[in-house]
Design a protein around this ligand. Structure first.
Ligand code: SAM
Ligand code: SF4
Length: 335
């Protein structure tokens, strides 16, 4: 172990989110345009490079790794990467290895993920209606995802559902989705749409359903109690008395959560983003590729990057314009 990663605002960086591919088998309307262009394969970190990168972060104090994308489970041979991370769980250096997925490949990989040491998975699912699912994901099939969720639960993986709150789209489904999660003992978190990347003809402000309103909608149906619990991230939680469920709200646009931020994001090309809502980034790929025999330049580059972690982000919908809009897609940085 080397000295832990502490940023200029005294925040310990213990959580790394890694996007292992920018590609995806879905084209969700808030995430991508239908004719997305993807990065040339040579720009991607190889699985061996991803291992070296993550291992270095773990040696510098990262305790939680979340694998994301694009769709992480469409990256070829990704299970070998998961298996290679198991050694850090075994050594105790890594406390959690997890992923965020659209669920389309869970029917194939759930047992392998469990065997690699994964215990919890976030599955993104915005609607339980077949037709609406095809509409929002453009290319996805609900049945396949539901089969995947079944397989994951059977394998012993705990599931959290992430639903993007979309005005006029899944508003009316809130009780149904909530009930479905309760019946299956799955946690549920609602996410506000963020202004990330060009998505073609869709309008961000049309999609925006404030989580303040989502919470109010819960109060129409349930007895809601705020929980003080925080995870160092943007989620806030409530408990529903009727079902005992914990419901999360990720509200990066309406609340400031940056003071407790413990995370950084690595893209599939080896760029480190110190904040989801800022352009500040550091190229770690050169420090990795140019020095195959020593990790010192990579460690130095990581420390220099963490020293530049900004205090917070600038997203703002409050003036009915999308301020602080980011040109990159969520699938690039990994949501
Ligand atoms: N493909 C995987 C999935 O969908 O879970 C992992 C990557 S995806 C970019 C991660 C999360 O970002 C998903 O929960 C997705 O709903 C969310 N997301 C994508 N674009 C978003 C946006 N513009 N605003 C808010 N959430 C977004
Ligand atoms: Fe793919 Fe996830 Fe983006 Fe949907 S949200 S297009 S599943 S990366």
């Amino acid at each position: 172990m080397t000295a832990p990663l502490i940023d200029p605002f005294a925040r310990a960086i213990t959580y790394l989110r890694v996007s292992v591919t920018d590609r995806c088998d879905f084209r969700c309307v808030y995430c991508m345009s239908e004719n997305m262009s993807f990065l040339p394969k040579k720009d991607l970190l190889t699985l061996e490079e991803l291992d070296r990168m993550c291992t270095t972060f773990v040696q510098m104090g990262v305790e939680k790794l979340r694998i994301t994308g694009g769709e992480p489970l469409v990256r070829r041979n990704i299970m070998s990467f998961f298996r290679s991370m198991t050694r850090h769980l075994d050594s105790g250096a890594l406390k959690e290895l997890t992923l965020t997925t659209n669920g389309s490949q869970l029917h194939r990989f759930s047992d392998d993920l469990y065997a690699a040491g994964v215990r919890r998975v976030n599955v993104s699912l915005d609607t339980l209606d077949d037709e609406k699912f095809s509409q929002v994901t453009r290319w996805g099939r609900l049945k396949q995802v539901l089969t995947g969720i079944d397989a994951a639960q059977k394998a012993g993986l705990r599931i959290k559902i992430n639903a993007v709150a979309l005005k006029g789209f899944n508003e009316e489904e809130l009780p149904r989705i909530t009930q479905w999660c309760a019946e299956r003992d799955m946690d549920l978190t609602w996410i506000e749409v963020m202004p990330m990347g060009d998505i073609g003809n869709e309008d961000r402000l049309d999609q925006y359903w404030s989580l303040k309103d989502v919470r109010a909608e819960y109060e129409n149906h349930y007895d809601v109690t705020d929980l003080v619990e925080r995870t160092g991230g943007p989620a806030r939680y409530v408990r529903l008395a009727e079902t005992g469920q914990k419901i999360g709200f990720i509200t990066p646009l309406s609340h400031n959560f940056c003071e407790s931020c413990n995370r950084v994001r690595l893209t599939c090309t080896g760029e480190l983003f110190m904040c989801l809502g800022q352009e500040d980034r550091a190229d770690l790929r050169a420090a990795l590729r140019d020095y195959p025999d020593t990790n010192q330049p990579l460690e130095d580059a990581i420390r220099a990057a963490i020293n530049l972690k900004p205090k917070g982000h600038d997203f703002d919908y409050s003036r009915q314009v999308v301020d602080g809009k980011m040109s990159r897609h969520m699938s690039h940085t990994g949501g």
